[in-house]
Design a protein around this ligand. Structure first.
Ligand code: 2AM
Ligand code: CA
Length: 267
């Protein structure tokens, strides 16, 4: 693994350590899935267990860093300069159903700029990572975005709406509009972090989704950018800066994809 910076190394070690219990938990979920009890509560405890290990490892290295997490909220709020951004299981619904499409997502941000990030699927053993200025990698191999340059021949992923969304109709209308251009080439895999990584390595040409949280996408953003892709937030929610709508692509189809999103603000 071509890791250069101490921060990336800390993230890698934290993910490796957390992956052991996450793999065990996934095995357990597969058993519970076919039992009458079902996996329900067990999944949220798996989320918490994984997050605890990640936070322990990240803060052991730098106890003063701000840590933005899905389960435990924001730790060390006063540190505005250096932040860990942690999602212990991105793709929880997949995890819950025994589908091996989920990942730990961890990024490091310095002075409001993402400096490095890792998206780690412990089941497929795919480790996507990138450090600013050093390119993006999938395990030992350098990755690049695809070269498709028209939306019609592209494969695009999306996600949502979430259960309690107030903009379900907007999301469905947008889906229909973009589906009409792409025909059947639209996918919903269920992990924002892995979808961004998939655009980064050329499996997908683009991805858009509303109502995400910053920890879903932070690591994926630098991986995509370092792989030659482009992404931006649209119609930002001024009330909560951690909520986001994202459009990501190989950069060549970006304008075209963006032009088909609907012009309406999130609530
Ligand atoms: P999660 O698995 O960590 O919840 C699925 O469409 C993508 O949206 C996943 O990355 C998922 O992250 C994210 N997401 C964020 N908020 C969500 C919510 N309330 N319900 C479902 N998915 C959500
Ligand atoms: Ca998530």
């Amino acid at each position: 693994m071509r890791i250069n910076s101490p921060h990336m190394n800390i993230i890698y070690k934290a993910c490796m350590k957390a992956s052991k219990s996450l793999i065990r938990d996934f095995g357990e979920v597969e058993n519970l899935q076919v039992s009458s009890k079902g996996p329900g509560d067990f999944v949220s405890s798996a989320d918490k267990r994984t997050e605890k290990i990640l936070i322990e490892e990240l803060l052991r290295a730098h106890p003063d860093y701000c840590t933005i997490t899905e389960e435990s909220g924001v730790l060390n709020k006063e540190n505005k300069e250096r932040k860990w951004i942690v999602d212990p299981i991105d793709g929880t619904m997949n995890f819950l159903n025994g589908i091996p499409h989920f990942a730990m997502s961890v990024a490091f941000e310095e002075k409001n700029e993402i400096v490095c990030g890792m998206v780690f699927n412990p089941i497929t053993k795919e480790i996507f990572f990138a450090e600013k200025g050093n390119g993006a990698f999938l395990n030992n191999t350098r990755i690049r975005v695809s070269k498709k340059n028209d939306l019609k021949s592209s494969l695009i992923a999306t996600g949502g709406p979430k259960k309690n969304s107030k903009i379900k109709n907007l999301i469905f209308d947008e889906y229909i509009k973009i589906s009409n251009i792409l025909d059947t080439s639209i996918r919903k895999y269920g992990s924002a972090a892995l979808e961004l990584a998939s655009v980064a390595c050329g499996r997908l040409d683009g991805y858009w989704q509303r109502e995400l949280n910053y920890w879903d996408v932070a690591a994926g953003i630098i991986i995509l950018k370092e792989a030659g892709g482009y992404c931006n937030f649209f119609q930002e929610n001024n009330k909560n800066p951690l909520k986001c709508n994202i459009i990501a692509s190989n950069s060549l189809i970006h304008k075209e994809l963006e032009s088909h999103t609907l012009k309406k603000n999130i609530e």
